[in-house]
Design a protein around this ligand. Structure first.
Ligand code: KIV
Ligand code: ZN
Length: 502
């Protein structure tokens, strides 16, 4: 095997920038830990100048994650670079990622700078960042719509000023694979010093070519792919990490490169991002979609039974998808429960393990058999957000198609018990109104979805709510239960609790 391609994960920066994908501090740390388990080389943990919350999350990740390089984004502006360095300075391995746009459109309309001024800004700010940190990445934003010769000058300037990684992003998802490969070849042939730096690609998926473009970049000599779990990101998203990595692994015969990713952690990472953001992947999503390894048609099933490789180019186990074994039930003890979670790749803190076990016992009273998917749902249902201000104590619903629904909701808030009643059109709406009365804030429900996590009559339902409180930022709440109303109430309370710890 020849080169090793570095995987630069930007789920916590470009991914988190996408609508409905924001995460709180504890969630970001949990994701960063999973990225470490995946063995990504670089974690772009955020954009420190964007907000004090972003900066604090980057710093916390720098303190808690040791096996990956921790990176913060910064514009070509000194105060951005100061904030980036302050956030990452305690990391064992740190990187500042400096960017400025180089396309005529961006320079004229967004930056209102002349090309010469952009070059000066690159020279000044890359050198400024270099005083803090040896590992500097420079990105020429909108590089794929930049004049090729100007791109070479911009990159040369960054290299001269001390950049060690050069990123050529397709910011608007515009380029096609062959064209990108040619652009990289041109850059390599016409840029002084380029042989001394790592070249990187960063693709957006507006035309559905982010992964193909990344792979074309690898073939053209790029050594780093920037990507996100589940492909989340601005607009149509970024290149999906799992698709890039599994392409390199499955077609190693073609690409002839290696990467450090532990692919058996992919499925967990994907589930974690879906759980935290409430953004589910499509069933047909490659690698991690529900149908990615399902064989429906008779011909396919027959083929797979006779010999797996007839229709399977990679195995579900290789990406960490648990075999759907029936494992636990009412009589299973803590030991068996812990053992199965370990087999599924979870290593939970004692506190989370205790809470999950409690939920497992409650579920086992309702369901005869607990499958792996149930366990996954339970783990995801335990909030990572630290202390919960409100917990559901009990609810009573009166509903029907000819009456106005009423809900009585009782919650605990520390040692206090609060109960309120509300009436509305439907049991879920009535429940949410009753909770609003308890919380006493302006709560706007922006989105609500419900789906079945497991199969059968006693399936667990997952409710996702997106709410805004007092006009603040959108919060995602998630609740799981065999009862859809209970799942919805829990999701609503979960979202509200995030408001109070943020
Ligand atoms: O898409 C883009 O150009 C970016 C840069 C900041 C790398 O996200
Ligand atoms: Zn981007």
């Amino acid at each position: 095997m020849g080169r090793t391609i570095r995987i630069f994960d930007t789920t916590l920066r470009d991914g988190e920038q996408s609508p409905g994908c924001s995460m709180n501090l504890n969630e970001k740390i949990e994701v960063a830990k999973q990225l470490e388990a995946l063995k990504v080389d670089i974690i772009e943990a955020g954009f420190a100048i964007a907000s004090p919350g972003d900066a604090a999350a980057i710093a916390a990740i720098a303190d808690n994650v040791h096996d990956a390089t921790i990176c913060s984004l910064a514009r070509c502006v000194e105060k951005d670079i100061d904030a980036a360095w302050n956030a990452i300075r305690r990391a064992q391995s740190a990187r500042i990622h400096v960017f400025i746009a180089t396309s005529p459109l961006h320079m004229q309309y967004k930056l209102q700078m002349k090309p010469e001024e952009v070059l000066e800004s690159i020279a000044h700010n890359v050198a400024y960042a270099k005083k803090y940190c040896g590992d500097i990445e420079f990105s020429a934003e909108d590089a794929t719509r930049t004049d090729p010769d100007f791109l070479c000058r911009a990159v040369e300037t960054a290299i001269r000023a001390g950049a060690t990684t050069i990123n050529i992003p397709d910011t608007v998802g515009y380029i096609v694979p062959e064209e990108y490969a040619k652009r990289i070849a041109y850059l390599r042939a016409h840029t002084e010093g380029i042989e001394n730096v790592i070249l990187s690609c960063h693709m957006h998926n507006d035309l559905g070519m982010a992964v193909a473009n990344s792979l074309a970049g690898v073939e053209a000599g790029i050594d780093q792919i920037e990507c996100t779990i589940n492909g989340i990101g601005e607009r149509a998203g970024n290149a999906s990490m799992e698709e890039c990595v599994m392409s390199l692994k499955t077609r190693a015969d073609h690409f002839g490169v290696a990467c450090n990713i532990d692919t058996t952690q992919i499925y967990r990472a994907s589930r974690m991002i879906q759980t935290i953001t409430g953004v589910a992947v499509a069933p047909t999503k490659p690698i991690v979609g529900a149908n990615a390894f399902a064989h429906e048609s008779g011909i396919h099933q027959h083929g797979v039974l006779a010999h797996k490789e007839t229709y399977e180019i990679m195995t579900p186990e290789s990406v960490g998808i648990p075999k759907n074994a029936i494992v636990l039930g009412k009589h299973s003890g803590r030991h068996a429960f812990e053992e199965r979670l370990r087999e599924l790749g979870y290593s939970l803190t004692k506190e989370k393990l205790d809470k999950t076990f409690e939920k497992f016992k409650a579920l086992a009273d309702k369901k005869k058999v607990i499958k792996d998917r149930d366990l996954e749902a339970l783990v995801g249902a335990v909030p990572v957000s630290g202390e919960e201000r409100y917990t559901l104590d009990r609810f009573v619903i009166n509903s029907g198609n000819t009456i106005t629904s009423t809900a009585v909701i009782r919650v605990r808030k520390g040692d206090e018990i609060c109960e309120r009643t509300a009436a509305s059109d439907g049991p879920i709406n009535a429940s949410f109104h009753a909770i609003n009365k308890i919380v006493g804030r302006e709560i706007e429900l922006e989105d609500y979805s419900l789906r079945s996590m497991t199969d059968g009559e006693d399936a667990q339902a997952e409710a996702i709510v997106k709410i805004c409180i007092d006009g603040g930022e959108q919060l995602t709440g998630r609740g799981v239960s065999t009862d859809v109303v209970e799942a919805s109430i829990k999701a609503y309370i979960n979202g509200i609790n995030k408001f109070f710890i943020n």
